[in-house]
Structures are given as C-alpha cells and as structure tokens.
Design a protein around this ligand. Structure first.
Ligand code: BTN
Length: 331
C-alpha cells in the first residue's frame, strides 16, 4: 500500500473511512494505516481522525498540497507520468529531465518542481518560477519518429494543457501559435521542447511546461503580456490535480499523434482553439518581418500565413520564427 492510494481513497470517499476498511482494502495492519496517515499529515494534508468513524480528508483552497503523493493520487494515465520525480526546488526541470534521460530513464518520466532557480524559456529567455504558486514540469519521451517530426510534440502538449484548463477552470482560453496558452490576450502557459537526436533517430525529447496558476503579481516588464489562472478567474487552483489532468489529456492526444507521427487527425481541433486563426499576425522572421493573415496549421504544425505584401501563402515553421498579434501579444 502506498500513501497516495490512501490519499485517493480518502478523497473519493463521501465523509469518513474507517481504519478497519483501509486495513482490509490494502491488507495491512492498523499501525501501517496510522503511519501512512501521519506521513500524509507531515506533507501538509489535513486529516481528521475520529475514534468511532475513522479518517476524513479536509481539502480546501488553503490546504492545497503540492507533492508527489498529491499528484499521483490524481493521476489517471496508463504510462505518462507513472514515474514521477518531485523537487521542492531545482534549477530547471528541463535540465533534470535531460540528466535523467541521459542516465537511461524510460519514456513517460515526469519531473515536477515547486520552484526553479534557473527556469528557461524559448529563444534564450528566462522563465520566472517563484515558489509555491505555479507548475513547472518536464516530460521525457523517446518517440521512434524522424527527428523533424518531433517539433509537433510541442503542439500536442499545448493541446493537452488547453484541454485540462478548459476542464478545470472553465476559462475561455486559446492557443497562440505554436504553443502558448493565452487568456484575454495574455500568456498563462509556455512550453519549451528540447531534443537529443542524430540525423535519423531521436535519443529523447523533453517537453517542459510552465503554467502560471496561482501567481498574484508579475514583474513590470512582462505584466502586460503575462497572467495567471488566479488573476484571470479569482480562484486558487489545485496544482496537483492540474498536473494530473494535463498528463491525462497528453496521453490521449499523443495516441492520435503517434499513429502517423503527424497532427493530421488533430489539425481541426487545434485550429478551433487557435486565437490567431483568420486574424492578422506579424511574423517575426529573422530573415525579415512581415504581416499576413493566419489560416491555421497544417499536419506538420506549421502556421499557414497569407502574406499581406504579395498575397502568397507562406508556411511558417516554429524554431527561430515567432508570431505576434498585430494589436497585442496574441491577437
Ligand atoms: C516559453 O518561453 O514560452 C517556454 C517556457 C517554458 C518554461 C518551462 S517551466 C518547466 C520547464 N523548465 C524550464 O526551465 N523551462 C520549462
């Protein structure tokens, strides 16, 4: 019996669960159950114990516990996130996941942290990663596809985050190509995918995801383009549950992607949530910037843009190029 199993049992129960029932269910002694309860309390869970009734988990926004047991107790996947490394504080979960990949860990491993001291964003930017507020996580994959197909994985993760956010927050969020999640034209999630590969094969891919969940303030220079779920909805969210729901949706969407290592079956769904779709965008190509109207993505995850200057259709490939809204960050 694992602590997270007891945790899940208590959460799913409507009221108290007797010690006897827990002993019988897991085939352990009363002392073992008591010890597990004490360990969960040490992690921060509030568990009421009553002599004749048993145990009851007390959960509300002030008792949110972000820990390995908390995340696993919500996890509902077959292989994604089944092995979980949780760090209270680390440099960057992407660095951790890459190290673990190099040491031979299997695909599906998930590294989650409560705080990062050297969080990294795309194109060499930093990623603000304060303690106790947000989600910082990196997923290890070892896809057997050609390396050039792997960049689409970042869009798969964006779709998974979006699905989880819709489910849990009911907020109206969308995707800014290729992989930022936005609410009210501000970014609430960023994804950094890194790969180790040879010309014709992938060693591993690490998809790093940062979700601004309960953060209340942002540095002045990013205030106008960054936000959190809390700031948008006025509600504190349970991060452990959110991590587990993202992994659940990732597994489902990845199954569709890996059939042909293509987004073919996902294009329509992605485009429905793409805030840039049918709108004017500014393409920040290092070879020369231009405006155009975004038409949506193709099965490779490239953004199809009709260029304003000559009406030509251009395929924009993520990598070095980024896209902005003409009026604001996303649209
Ligand atoms: C972006 O610039 O939009 C990407 C941000 C990615 C941040 C996440 S937080 C977890 C993982 N670890 C990192 O150092 N970066 C990614």
């Amino acid at each position: 019996m694992k602590n997270e199993e007891i945790l899940k049992r208590l959460r799913d129960a409507d009221g108290y669960v007797s010690g006897q029932e827990l002993c019988a269910q897991y085939g352990v002694s009363r002392t073992a159950v008591w010890k597990a309860i004490k360990q969960l309390e040490k992690e921060g869970f509030i568990i009421e114990a009553q002599n004749n009734k048993g145990y009851r988990l007390v959960e509300d926004k002030d008792t949110e516990v972000f820990s390995k047991a908390a995340i696993i107790s919500y996890m509902d996947t077959k292989w994604i996130g089944k092995k979980l490394v949780f760090r209270n504080k680390t440099t960057s979960t992407n660095i951790d996941a890459k190290e673990l990949a190099e040491s031979g860990e299997d695909a599906g491993l998930l590294v989650v942290a409560d705080m990062q001291t050297a969080g990294r964003g795309r194109r060499g930017h930093n990623w603000e990663a304060p303690e106790g507020q947000n989600i910082y996580m990196s997923l290890l994959l070892r896809p057997s596809c050609h390396p050039e197909k792997a960049s689409a994985l970042t869009l798969v993760m964006a779709m998974a985050v979006l699905e989880a956010l819709k489910e849990i927050t009911k907020a109206s969020c969308g995707i800014k190509w290729p992989n930022d999640i936005v609410i009210n034209n501000k970014k609430v999630c960023g994804i950094l995918t890194e790969m180790s590969a040879e010309l014709d094969g992938i060693h591993y891919v690490v998809i790093g995801t940062g979700i601004n969940v309960n953060q209340t303030t942002f540095a002045e220079d990013i205030q106008d383009k960054a936000t959190s779920l809390y700031l948008e909805n006025g509600v504190h969210y349970n991060r452990a549950q959110l991590v587990a729901r993202v992994m659940y949706h990732f597994e489902k969407i990845y199954e569709l992607f890996e059939k042909q290592w293509s987004l073919a079956e996902l294009v329509e769904r992605y485009n429905r949530d793409l805030v840039n779709c049918g709108r004017q965008v500014r393409v920040l190509d290092p070879q020369g910037e231009y405006n155009g109207v975004a038409q949506g993505i193709n099965e490779k995850g490239e953004l199809i843009v009709v260029r304003e200057s000559d009406g030509k259709t251009v395929l924009v490939y993520a990598g070095e190029v980024s896209v902005r809204g003409v009026y604001g960050y996303a649209i």
